[in-house]
Write a new protein. Sequence first.
Lengths: 111, 113
Amino acid sequence: ILNVEQSPQSLHVQEGDSTNFTCSFPSSNFYALHWYRWETAKSPEALFVMTLNGDEKKKGRISATLNTKEGYSYLYIKGSQPEDSATYLCAFGYYGQNFVFGPGTRLSVLP
Amino acid sequence: SAVISQKPSRDICQRGTSLTIQCQVDSQVTMMFWYRQQPGQSLTLIATANQGSEATYESGFVIDKFPISRPNLTFSTLTVSNMSPEDSSIYLCSVRGQMYEAFFGQGTRLTVV
């Protein structure tokens, strides 16, 4: 059984604060690590797909890093805004199209 | 990218009844995926639907409970049969992009009473 963990489970921050979450995954049979943002009443949306150890990706105020040897990825949000409030999911990809999702980190950004 | 239209968006159903969820994709895709997220749990893959063949079910999911149709390359349905309160979940259909990233429908929020 592949275990993907995310921490914290939930997080409340003030508007303007920077924050980060962790995704832990198996360090063997690695293919890709995905991050998704899932806003209430909407579809989960892909943020990043990372495949190489040491990868860093950035999209606006959101960035992510990847360490495949130790099995973790960080997602950073700089200067959080209320519209960043969502559940952030990571997914461990192995053998191409197979994913295991983590339970998610629920972020609330308070104005 | 892919745009997926999923319906219904939510439903409240009586136990013992069945609900069919539909997904329409704006492009032809080989595989469609059906997921479930029970309250407080991770998104879990139910089955993979290929056009022209039977769906492949993950451990713990069976065809009698979750029959799937895949009549063409742009459409699939998932039926939740003989529902019980434990089936209350968000159900999502999904396809893969070129980077194997997942594109999802809007989800069906099911409550079984």
